[in-house]
Design a protein around this ligand. Structure first.
Ligand SMILES: [Zn+2]
Length: 423
């Protein structure tokens, strides 16, 4: 199984099964109802875990929830903890409605503060970090390889935030002293405050897996500064960190970046309510995970049409056409889901298709909708009319069913009929 690694900029072979395959995917900051963009790393992580397990790996997925962050303080002055709790529940409900199950754990930053403080203390002891005015900063100059992930030179890097307390503009906060208006804080050797964003993920990943694990994922916008900084501070403790870094392409709308500030964002909740979870998942599957993917009326309609094409295969008699090896070849090659879908479109073997859709949480495609009892009754009368060679009556009943949106199909083996909703 090969995956593209942002760190090495090439495809890399995973160790052979059973692995382990320990996967950490960065989750959302919970300050509002989650954006559909958050569904991409969530679904990718869940699908990758399912596929690796299918391939015999001992795969575990950790997906964190960032419930301490400047954005949350800004979104709910004086009530940030309540908002973070409510929005974390929304995220769990909304991703739960995608029907993919849940990661093995969803750790929260608020539960990890003690480990975070201990981690920062080690960085300060090792002189990779320094205290200044109640803040603690990571000293970028102590890491000669800094910039290894985003492949930038330090002098060209955009400082994340300005502060006169920093020794160098690229140094980043590990701990931030409580500011007026911030309604949550924790004790530390440097006074009351709260962790910076990047240290939260280093610590939650290491708490779950130990320092070294196989796969770290997240959106492409996290390469810098978030993941660059995670990697720097973890390596500073003298051990390796994640081996493979996966960065999914971002979702766009009409070719533009989708964001709350541009007012063109869609929530997971909104897409699932308006289009259904199957359409959302089919659209996500139709794009290669590293590339951008456009979510708009047109692409959602195309995804719906693709679903309908697959449903029609299940509505028709099955031929044993299909080769599982095609799916393996596509997914083992950098988890190429559009290639996998292309193979599945060639298949006619219901059992094989059902198995493949099971990996993507879409087994429901195979379940045909059952016709209401009164229509089943009409279809039975049509069969009786045909048996009695009253073809005019049989045709009339067929038209009546068609007007109600159902098609009756005769099945030879075993003799009978099937009622199928017309697309
Ligand atoms: Zn993270």
């Amino acid at each position: 199984m090969k995956l593209y690694n942002t760190l090495s900029r090439r495809l890399e072979e995973l160790p052979s099964p059973p692995g382990p395959s320990r996967i950490y995917f960065c989750g959302p900051t919970v300050d509002q109802r989650a954006h559909i963009g958050n569904a991409r790393p969530f679904a990718l992580g869940m699908w990758l875990r399912a596929w690796l397990r299918h391939r015999g790996y001992d795969a575990t997925l950790i997906h964190n929830i960032t419930d301490i962050n400047d954005k949350i303080y800004d979104a709910a002055p004086g009530a940030s903890a309540e908002l973070a709790e409510r929005a974390a529940q929304w995220y769990i409900e909304d991703t739960g409605d995608l029907g993919l199950g849940m990661p093995d754990a969803l750790p929260r930053a608020t539960e990890a503060v003690e480990s975070i403080v201990a981690f920062i203390e080690k960085l300060v002891e090792g002189e990779n970090a320094y205290e200044a005015g109640g803040d603690v900063y990571f000293s970028v100059s102590t890491d000669p390889g800094y910039g290894r992930l985003s492949r930038q030179k330090v002098e060209n890097m955009e400082p994340e935030e300005e502060s006169p307390l920093k020794r160098a503009p690229q140094d980043f906060a590990l701990w931030k002293a409580t500011k007026p208006g911030e309604d949550t804080s924790w004790d530390s050797p440097w006074g009351k405050g709260r962790p910076g964003w990047h240290i939260e993920c280093s610590v939650m990943a290491e708490d779950a897996f130990g320092p070294v694990f196989e796969i770290h994922g997240g959106g492409l916008d996290l390469v810098f500064p978030h993941h660059e900084n995670e990697l720097a501070q973890s390596l500073a403790l003298g051990h390796d960190f994640a081996r493979v870094w996966m960065h999914n392409g971002l979702l766009t709308r009409g070719g533009e970046k989708m964001s709350k500030s541009l007012g063109n964002d869609m929530t997971i909740r909104g897409v699932v309510d308006d289009w259904g979870r199957e359409v959302a998942l089919m659209l996500l599957l139709s794009g290669q995970w590293r590339k951008p993917l456009d979510f708009n009326q047109g692409t959602l309609e195309q995804a719906r049409a693709q679903l309908e094409t697959f449903r029609n295969v299940f509505r028709s008699p099955s031929e044993p056409v299909g080769d599982w090896a095609e799916l393996v070849a596509a997914l083992d090659d950098d988890f190429n889901t559009p290639e996998a879908l292309a193979a599945m479109h060639r298949w006619r073997d219901h059992q094989l298709l059902r198995r493949a859709f099971g990996i993507f949480g879409l087994d429901s495609i195979a379940q045909l909708e059952e016709a209401p009892a009164e229509l089943a009754e009409l279809a039975a009368r049509r069969r009786d009319a045909r048996d009695a060679k009253d073809f005019a009556e049989a045709d009339r009943l067929r038209d009546e069913l068609a007007a109600a949106g159902w098609e009756v199909r005769d099945v030879a083996e075993p003799p009978g009929f099937q009622l199928v909703r017309r697309p």
